[in-house]
Design a protein around this ligand. Sequence first.
Ligand SMILES: C[S@@+](CC[C@H](N)C(=O)[O-])C[C@H]1O[C@@H](n2cnc3c(N)ncnc32)[C@H](O)[C@@H]1O
Length: 283
Amino acid sequence: MRDDITVGALLKVIKLQLEGGGIENADTESELILMEELKLSRGQLASDSEKIIPDEKMELLERIVERRLKHEPLQYIFGKAYFMNIWFHVAPGVLIPRPETELLVEKICREAPQGAEICDLGTGCGTIALTVAYERRDVKVTGVDVSRPALRIAGINRQEWKLDNVQLIRSDLFSALSGRRFDYIAANLPYISPAEYQQLSAEVRDYEPELALQAEDDGLAVIRRAIASAPDFMKPEGRIIFEIGATQGEAVKGFMQATGKYADIDIIKDYNQHDRFVAGKIG
Ligand SMILES: C[S@@+](CC[C@H](N)C(=O)[O-])C[C@H]1O[C@@H](n2cnc3c(N)ncnc32)[C@H](O)[C@@H]1O
């Protein structure tokens, strides 16, 4: 028999366990664990702090904390990641959507012409494709990825949100898209160099797919290939945007300039004032 424990007491215990295990943001994460598993809002965590946790929940919560202490990201533990106004099913075969990508989605939603055809290169769990399609019901989005596990999960997400305006295709960049032309191409492709990859946290390196993160040639090999072939898949006036690492802006801009096919090339910063995107038009 275990002693009864209240919501408030357990919150403190979990926070201490996570802190002891070297988990950053133990405060927020302990709250998130209880909110998700007990289906409580943040306000209810405080107002229900004297409530006793049922035994069957205690076992589940212990297992969640054990997994988190092995540095498994909470999104994989819960199978769910929030992004803009929707959430995505996620599993170890796909990258967990990152908040900085929201800026890219907002820009496309603002700029894509009515009824636009949009391509999301390296769609992962469907992050960009499905969010744009959700926010802009008038557009048609094609999400491509080379990874079968990623496409399977993107398909589950498309079904979850009933987004009939999204097509998902297995393709190495544009290889399966011959004859197609798009008004807007979004590309959040792998951009981390092999050296940087070794420095990533255990959460990322031990759990997220390497194929989604790492690329040769200082992280630029896949983006560079996409820059070379994208003009053949863009409509006149078509736009393109790449998500990049903070030190890659000038290099990516340079690759685009060197093709002589792009105009209005811009390096765009994220909320932390780091270079995060390079955008351009077909010139
Ligand atoms: C950084 S993740 C981005 C996932 C998603 N777009 C997001 O923003 O959360 C990069 C994605 O590109 C895919 N990828 C890598 N190389 C690719 C290639 N040559 N062609 C198509 N997709 C590729 C990976 O499988 C992965 O899903």
